[in-house]
Write a protein that binds this ligand. Sequence first.
Ligand code: ZN
Ligand code: ZN
Length: 349
Amino acid sequence: MEFFGEALALGIDAVIVGICFKMYLRTWNAIKLIEEMPEVLDVGPQLEQLVAKQPEKQLPYVAVRGSVKALGSPLHSLGAPDVPAVIQKLTCKEHVVSRGAMGFWADQERTLQETVNSVPFALTGHKGTRVEVVDALAAEVLDLETVVDHFEPSAPGLVDHLWGFFTGVRQRGLQNTEDVLREGALLTGVGTLTLVPSDPKGDLHLVPPADGAPFFLTAMSLHTLARHLDREKRMYKWLAVTFGAVGLILVGAAARRWWRSAERRAADAAAREATEVERRERRRRARSARDRDNVPEALLCVVCRLRERELVLLPCGHVCLCEECGEAVGPRCPVCRAQIEKRTAAYVA
Ligand SMILES: [Zn+2]
Ligand SMILES: [Zn+2]
């Protein structure tokens, strides 16, 4: 059981280390890609010409900047109805104070509901040029602006207080937030820019890169984005190192205990062996001291009829064998055929 718990802990730890390390490499790679990237390209007629010149009619990883515009009718923010938006995220969180295992009360929040609405949109530039953003919700960094952040404290009655005392959870209130990507916001999109001549709405599409490189939709400059990712990278590194150390400690503790128990088993076996050797030696001396011919008929081993009976078989209790025959005989008592569970020395005095 203990072993199972340890193996489980170690397995979980290894998975966490793996994920952190993978995320570390991913952000490291993203930073490298961003740093190698040429300047941000503004949406405009020259952008279309640039993509059209490429042999595959696409730029695999670029940053383009333009202002957000819905391709149909925009969404309307609930909290600020005059703000037209293209992405809207509504979150309802419950804030509670709960008593932890140590008996302290601590603030906690849990998301009760999260709804994301979006409409197709494009990044637009001058002369009506635009780049349609495809699959915006897949972006790793998606900068939204908070337009509503409302906290409604709960007003607990006496019953709620008592309930909270006994259950260890007291409600503090509900927080409703609304985050939007508003129309007209200046946004930088990092992804694959591709020319789609069949699309009647817009020829250029910005799509998540097919090779798994990260897709960003951000209000930050590339430099700030790289710094933001660098912080993330350092956090993943720290987590990977920390959980890695925890794993090493777990392995070390298990190895130490295994080693100890192996040592103990070896010592026990050696002690048993020593006792056994001593017992045989004593027996041998006792035998040689006795005159063999004087062993009464009734005390002779039933198998060899040569040596004295020296063992008691358990659980049947028969004293019918000498040491040698006791080791050679099958799993059953030669007298009563009962299963032999144990053989132990018998001293007939
Ligand atoms: Zn015998
Ligand atoms: Zn028996």
